[in-house]
Ligand binder design. Sequence first.
Ligand code: NAD
Length: 309
Amino acid sequence: MTTLLTGGAGFIGSHLIEHILEHSEEQVLVLDDCSTGRTQNLPESKRVELVNGDVRDQSLVTEHVQRSNYVYHLAAAVGVEKIVDHPLDSLKTNLTGTENVLEAAAEQNVPTFIASSSEVYGKSTAVPFSESDNRVLGPTTSPRWSYASAKAVDEAYGLAYHEEHNFPVVVGRYFNIVGPRQSGQYGMVIPTFVEQALTNEPLTVYGDGTQTRSFTHVEEAVRATYELLRTPTAQGDVYNIGAPQPTSINDLAERVVELTDSDSEIEHIPYEVAYDEDFEEPQQREPDVTLLEETIGWKPETELDRILK
Ligand code: NAD
C-alpha cells in the first residue's frame, strides 16, 4: 500500500508522515516543491520517497496518484506575505493543484483528504453589504482573502467530485495547528512570539489583542486527519479540526513571556499598520467539533501550556 502526501515536506505533512509510519505498513510518497516545506522535515526512512515537483503539473500529479492507495492533499501556498505578494501564484497552486489531485484521484477511485482552513468562515457580520464583502467567498478585493476564497472553492470541488464521480473525499478545516517544525517565517503567531521572546524582542500583537484563536497540537490534528480518510462514514463531509479552547492573543503573548522567562515587552500594532491595507482579523475563531467526535471519537487533550513548551 502507498499513501501520497502532497505538501508532505511541510509542517502538518511531515507530522502526518510520522503518524503513518508508526500506525501502518504503508509506503509514503511525498509530492512537494519545497517552497515552504523542507526536506529536513522528512523522517529518514526507506518507506518515504520525495518527488520534488509542483501540484500544478497535471501529468506529474496523475502519475503519482496512480501509484497510490490514499491521497492527503496538503500542498498549498500559505502565509499572509506569500499570498499578498504573489496572489496569482497562490491562487493557481490552491485551485489548480486541488483540481489536478481530485481529477486524478477520481479516475483511479483513490480516497482523498482535502486540507481546508477555518479561514473559510470569514469574518463578516456587517450590514449593509458592501462590494468588498462577498458573503460566499469572502471580501474578494483584498488579496489576503484569495486564500480563504480558494479554500472554499477547494471544498466545493472536493464535494462535487465526490457527488459526481462517487469516490471517497473528505475535507478537513484546520484551526491554528501548532507544534514542532512550524516556521515563524510566514507569520504564524506562536513561532513568531516564541522567537521574539527568546531574543528579548517585543512581542508584536496585531490589533488590541482581544481576538481569540483555538490552538491545536499538530499530533492531535494529524490523528484526526489520518482517521478521517480511513473511516467510510466520514466520506463526502466537511470536518472542523481544532481544539475548542479559545485563547486571546494578549493571553497567549503573556503565557509565552512567562514560560520563556523573557524580558520582552508586549507591543500592540494597529491592523492598518501591520497589514498596510484595509483589513481586520476576525474577532473569534472557535470550532464546534461534535461531528468529528461522533464520527471518529476524536477529542483534543493537549493544553496550551504544553503546546507552548
Ligand atoms: P506548510 O507550508 O508547512 O506546508 C505546505 C506544503 O506545501 C509545503 O511543504 C510546501 O512546500 C508545499 N507546496 C506549496 N506549494 C506547492 C506546489 N505548488 N506544489 C507542491 N507543493 C507545494 O503549511 P502547513 O501548515 O503544513 O499547511 C498544510 C495544509 O494545511 C495547507 O493546505 C494549509 O492551507 C492547511 N492549513 C494549515 C493550518 C495551520 O494552522 N498550519 C491552518 C489552516 C489550514
